[in-house]
Design a binder for this molecule. Structure first.
Ligand SMILES: *Cc1c(COP(=O)(O)O)cnc(C)c1O
Length: 387
């Protein structure tokens, strides 16, 4: 069986976890945590990073930092993982679901402004498959309407947005890392992502106004960080919060992955390109569509997906692959029609979202996948494709 995903180990994880244990500091915010946070701050220019126990938790911190109150509205694409919406729902927000683009699962920026009301507080772009949303357009809309932007960059580690208006970037590089553009952003290190820690996440704070409060929320509503830096002489309960920080054992695991980031990314990109090359002729015959790469986006090879022409064709394709011992999966039932949110949604039709929910299929993609296996998968995709 070719599985859909296989968590990759670089070989150093257990070594660093052992080091963390023998240092005698197992709780959070120790040396490995600080190394991982500094890695992201330095490599991608993120202003401040805090490791979290998951991307979902990082998004919950964002909801607190954005001061979401019952009745506030948050614009989220419907074609995404539950957490993009759930984190804000827990704080009392009403989710206003946005549609995808016709050829790309990402939020359709041309339709965002029509969703804004006086109650709107936040826009949550999700960089699906690690492919950038049109961030210049989103930031323009947010600035015009005085909204905050929280990037769900769960899938977008080591991926970039090419600035379309270089004159605005004031000497900064013409590519900006995803997660470094919105006011806040969240990454995931779940075992299905490119860089993993089992369960884990990262909160990125790009707007300085949020840094102090983020540190407090992260450590159970206490000003522990300021106290240990000697900035205040009393340590106590000053705000809301939770225990959002992972233990050093998790950070140690993550550090082994980060050290091997370039190798992991290069391998995944080579596999992605192999899929693309082998499947292109069939896409040109109209059998399915390949991932859309806008000119402002880079590819971090998080995912290889096809968009079939119909639900029936997708069901047949997944079945055929399974008969050939290949596990392909579909995902994201539209959140606006989910059992939990169905009756809270305003009834607007989101046709592009529904199309991806019905027709998109993800193919196996993981570090240890071999080129011959990709050939086998592509052959199985093509066999009887006309039936
Ligand atoms: C994986 C994922 C999440 C959740 O990440 P966790 O670390 O499992 O909480 C959120 N949003 C998107 C788009 C994801 O792909």
């Amino acid at each position: 069986m070719i599985p859909f995903n296989k968590p990759y180990l670089t070989g150093k994880e257990a070594h660093y976890m052992y080091q963390a244990v023998y240092k005698g500091k197992l709780s959070g915010n120790g040396d490995f945590t600080k190394k991982c946070q500094a890695f992201f701050e330095q490599k991608y220019g993120f202003k401040k990073c805090l490791l979290t126990t998951s991307c979902t938790d990082a998004l919950e911190m964002c909801a607190i930092l954005c001061d979401i109150k019952p009745g506030d509205e948050v614009i989220v694409p419907s074609y995404t993982f539950v957490s993009s919406a759930l984190a804000f729902v827990r704080a009392g927000a009403k989710i206003v679901f946005a549609d995808s683009m016709p050829n790309n699962p990402n939020i359709d920026v041309t339709k965002i402004e029509a969703l804004i009301t006086p109650k709107t507080k936040v826009i949550v772009p999700v960089h699906y498959a690690g492919v950038a949303c049109d961030m210049d357009a989103i930031m323009d809309i947010a600035n015009k309407h005085n909204l905050l932007v929280v990037e769900d960059a769960a899938q977008a580690v080591d991926s970039y947005y090419a600035v379309r208006h270089p004159e605005r970037s004031e000497g900064s590089p013409t590519k900006r890392a995803l997660g470094g553009i919105g006011h806040l952003a969240a990454f995931s290190f779940h075992e299905t992502k490119n860089i993993i820690a089992g369960e884990g996440g990262l909160l990125v704070i790009n707007d300085e106004r949020f840094i102090r409060r983020a540190e407090i929320i992260w450590e159970k509503g206490t000003n522990r960080a300021e106290y240990f830096r000697g900035e205040v002489n009393k340590y106590g309960w000053v705000d809301t919060g939770s225990s959002f920080l992972p233990s050093e054992v998790i950070a140690a695991f993550l550090w082994a992955q980060l050290e091997n980031m370039d190798d992991i990314q290069n391998k995944r990109k080579a596999l992605w390109n192999k899929y693309y090359e082998l499947l292109k002729p069939f896409a040109e015959q109209g059998k399915f569509k390949l991932p859309d790469m806008p000119d402002y986006a880079t590819n971090n090879a998080h995912m290889f997906y096809l968009v079939c022409n119909s639900l029936e064709e997708r069901t047949a394709l997944i079945k055929r692959l399974k008969e050939n011992d290949i596990l392909a999966v579909f995902h994201y039932l539209s959140l606006h029609s989910s059992p939990y949110y169905n009756d809270k949604h305003d009834g607007r039709d989101l046709p592009n979202c529904n199309k991806f929910a019905d027709c998109l299929v993800r193919l196996p993609l993981y570090y240890e996948l071999e080129e011959e296996q990709i050939e086998k998968i592509c052959n199985s995709i093509n066999t009887n494709a006309d039936e």
